[in-house]
Design a protein around this ligand. Structure first.
Ligand SMILES: [Zn+2]
Length: 247
C-alpha cells in the first residue's frame, strides 16, 4: 500500500513567513471530492481552519484574484486557470492529471498563486501573465517570487503532434530547448522546461524555481494520467495558501 499522499517541496518550507502547500497524488485525491467554485474546509495538507478554493478550469490564461475572506456561501461561477490570493487561511487549488500544477509564493508581499497549465496555457504564457499580475496588483517583484513546477506529463512520455508543435514554435522563442525528437521521429514536449524558461525570461531567478521531476504518465502508482488511461479517472489536487491568522 503506497503511503505517499501529498508531495511538498523545500522551496516553500524554508521561509520564515510560513506557507502551506502540497502537490497531490492519487491517494490524496481519493480522500477528497473538491467542490468546484465552492470553498471547502478540512482538505488534508491544509490547516484545519483554512478554506480551499478550486474553480472551473478552461485551458485559458485568466486569473481569479481572491482579495477578501471566504465563507461557505461563496460561489465562483466562471472559468479561470490561475488563482491568486493574499488572504490568510485561503488555499488556492488547481486540479491536474497530465497538465502542470504551478505554485507561487511571494514571501515579501504575502501573496500566493496556483496555476493549471497544459500546452495551451503554457503557450498562452499563463505563468508570465500571472507574474505580471502579482507585480501590478501586489507589488511582487519577479525576483522575489518562489515557484514550484509540479508533477505532470514528462518529456519522457509527452508526445505532441504537428499542430501543437507549430504553436510552440510560434509562441516560444526558446522552443528548441524544450522539444525533443524521439527515435521514431515523434516529437516530445518538455512542458515543465517550457514553463521554467518562461518564468526565467520574465525575471524569476533560477534558485527560486524548483521542479518536481515526476512524470504522471510513467508513475501509475502515484498519479492519474489522462494520456495513459485514455479518460479522466481522477485528478490530483495541488494547493498553496498563507496560514490562517491566530485568534
Ligand atoms: Zn514519463
Amino acid at each position: 500500500m503506497a503511503s505517499v499522499s501529498v508531495i511538498t517541496v523545500p522551496a516553500f518550507t524554508d521561509s520564515r513567513s510560513q506557507v502551506h502547500h502540497f502537490f497531490g497524488t492519487k491517494q490524496h485525491t481519493l480522500a477528497h471530492d473538491l467542490g468546484i467554485g465552492t470553498p471547502m474546509r478540512g482538505v488534508h495538507g491544509a490547516a484545519p481552519s483554512a478554506w480551499t478554493l478550486s474553480v472551473k478550469q478552461v485551458h485559458g490564461t485568466e486569473a481569479l484574484v481572491v482579495d477578501r475572506a471566504l465563507s461557505a456561501t461563496d460561489r465562483f461561477v466562471g472559468g479561470w486557470d490561475a488563482l491568486v490570493t493574499n488572504q490568510p487561511g485561503v488555499m488556492v487549488a488547481v486540479r491536474t492529471a497530465d497538465c502542470v500544477p504551478i505554485l507561487m509564493h511571494d514571501p515579501v508581499q504575502g501573496v500566493v498563486a496556483a496555476i493549471h497549465a497544459g500546452w495551451r496555457g503554457a503557450v498562452g504564457a499563463i505563468v508570465p501573465k500571472t507574474l505580471a499580475l502579482l507585480e501590478e496588483r501586489f507589488g511582487s517583484h519577479p525576483k522575489q517570487v518562489r515557484l514550484s513546477i509540479g508533477p505532470s506529463a514528462g518529456v519522457c512520455c509527452y508526445e505532441v503532434d504537428e499542430p501543437v508543435l507549430e504553436r510552440v514554435r510560434l509562441e516560444v522563442p526558446s522552443w528548441k530547448k524544450v522539444v525533443r525528437i524521439g527515435n521514431g521521429g515523434k516529437a516530445k514536449l518538455n512542458l515543465k522546461g517550457l514553463i521554467k524558461e518562461q518564468a526565467l525570461a520574465y525575471g524569476a531567478v533560477a534558485q527560486a524555481i524548483s521542479t518536481v521531476n515526476l512524470c504522471t504518465i510513467c508513475h501509475e502508482d502515484l498519479f492519474f494520467s489522462y494520456r495513459r488511461e485514455g479518460k479522466v479517472n481522477g485528478t490530483m489536487i495541488s494547493a498553496i495558501g498563507l496560514p490562517p491568522k491566530r485568534r
